[in-house]
Design a protein around this ligand. Structure first.
Ligand SMILES: Nc1ncnc2c1ncn2[C@@H]1O[C@H](COP(=O)(O)OP(=O)(O)OP(=O)(O)O)[C@@H](O)[C@H]1O
Length: 244
C-alpha cells in the first residue's frame, strides 16, 4: 500500500507539489492522472526515494521513504519514464544486475528471471543485447527488472508511452494479473482514456495537488457529470489530457 500525505516539493522557484495526498491500496490499480507538468513524476520519484520531499510524508507499506529508504526500496518496483537500460548488457544481464542489488543470486535469481521472461513473453529477447531494442522490447525488460525481487508495490511512470496497440493490451493484461495477485499498482499517465481503460481508482492531480480521487463512478457522481471525460474536464478545468 502506498500513501502520500501532504507532500510538498519545489525546484528553485517552481512549486512542483503543493500538499499532494492520496492512497493506493493493495490489490488495486490506481491511476495518477494529470496534465503535463502536474507533478506526477516528482511524486513517483519521492515515493521511490529518489527525491526527498520538502514537507509531508511518503509511506510504502507503512515505511517512511525518508527515514527508512531501504525498507521502501525492497517493497517497490519502479518503471521510470526513461526505462534506463544498459545497452551493452543483454536483457537477462540487465535484470540480473538489479536482482543482485536486491540480494538475489544463483538458481533462485535465474529461475525468477526465467519466470518473468515467460510471463512477459520475451522469448529469445532475454538473451539479446539491449542495444537497438524497440520501445515495447525495452519496456518488457524494464518491467522484468522492476519485478525481479517480487515487490508488493509497483510504480509505473507513463508505461504505455510509445507502445503499439498490441503491446498496450498485453501490458494491461499483465498489470491486471499482478493486481489480482495482490500487488498495489500505481500507474501515471496524462491521458484520461489510458487510465479509464485500466484503473480501479483514479487520482486526479493538477498543479501539484490532488484535485479529486475515487472510482470512475465516484468521480462522475461528485462532479454531477454523465461521463468520466466530462468529470475530468470539470475537475481539471481544461481539456488537457483528453484524446480528442
Ligand atoms: N529536476 C527538476 N528541476 C527543475 N524543475 C523540475 C524538476 N523536476 C520537475 N520539475 C518541474 O516540476 C513540475 C512538475 O514536473 P513533473 O515532471 O513532476 O510533472 P509530470 O506531471 O510528471 O509531467 P509530464 O506528464 O509532462 O511528465 C514541472 O513544472 C517541472 O518543470
Amino acid at each position: 500500500m502506498i500513501e502520500a500525505r501532504g507532500i510538498f516539493k519545489s525546484f528553485g522557484t517552481v512549486a512542483a507539489l503543493r500538499g499532494a495526498s492520496f492512497t493506493a491500496p493493495d490489490a488495486q490499480i490506481t491511476g495518477l492522472l494529470g496534465p503535463n507538468g502536474a507533478g506526477k513524476t516528482t511524486l513517483l520519484r519521492i515515493l521511490a526515494t529518489v527525491f526527498k520531499p520538502d514537507g509531508g510524508t511518503a509511506l510504502v507499506d507503512g515505511f517512511d521513504a525518508v527515514s527508512s529508504p531501504r525498507a521502501v526500496q525492497s517493497r517497490i518496483g519502479v518503471l521510470p519514464d526513461n526505462r534506463g537500460l544498459y545497452p551493452r548488457l543483454t536483457a537477462r544481464e540487465n535484470v540480473r544486475y538489479y536482482g543482485r542489488l536486491h540480494g538475489l543470486k544463483g538458481d533462485a535469481l535465474e529461475g525468477r528471471i526465467d519466470d518473468l521472461a515467460g510471463w512477459l513473453e520475451m522469448g529469445t529477447l532475454i538473451e539479446r543485447r539491449a542495444e537497438g531494442f524497440s520501445q515495447g522490447q525495452r519496456l518488457k525488460v524494464a518491467i522484468a527488472r522492476a519485478l525481479v525481487h517480487a515487490p508488493g508495490n509497483l510504480l509505473l511512470d507513463e508505461p504505455t508511452n510509445g507502445l503499439d496497440v498490441m503491446s498496450t493490451r498485453a501490458l494491461r493484461q499483465f498489470l491486471r494479473r499482478l493486481r489480482d495477485e495482490g500487488c498495489c499498482v500505481l500507474f501515471s499517465s496524462h491521458i484520461m482514456q489510458e487510465i479509464a481503460a485500466l484503473c480501479d481508482r483514479i487520482v486526479i492531480i493538477a498543479d501539484g495537488a490532488v484535485a479529486a480521487e475515487g472510482t470512475a463512478e465516484q468521480l462522475r457522481t461528485a462532479t454531477g457529470k454523465a461521463s468520466l471525460e466530462d468529470a475530468f474536464v470539470a475537475v481539471i478545468g481544461s481539456e488537457e489530457g483528453l484524446l480528442l
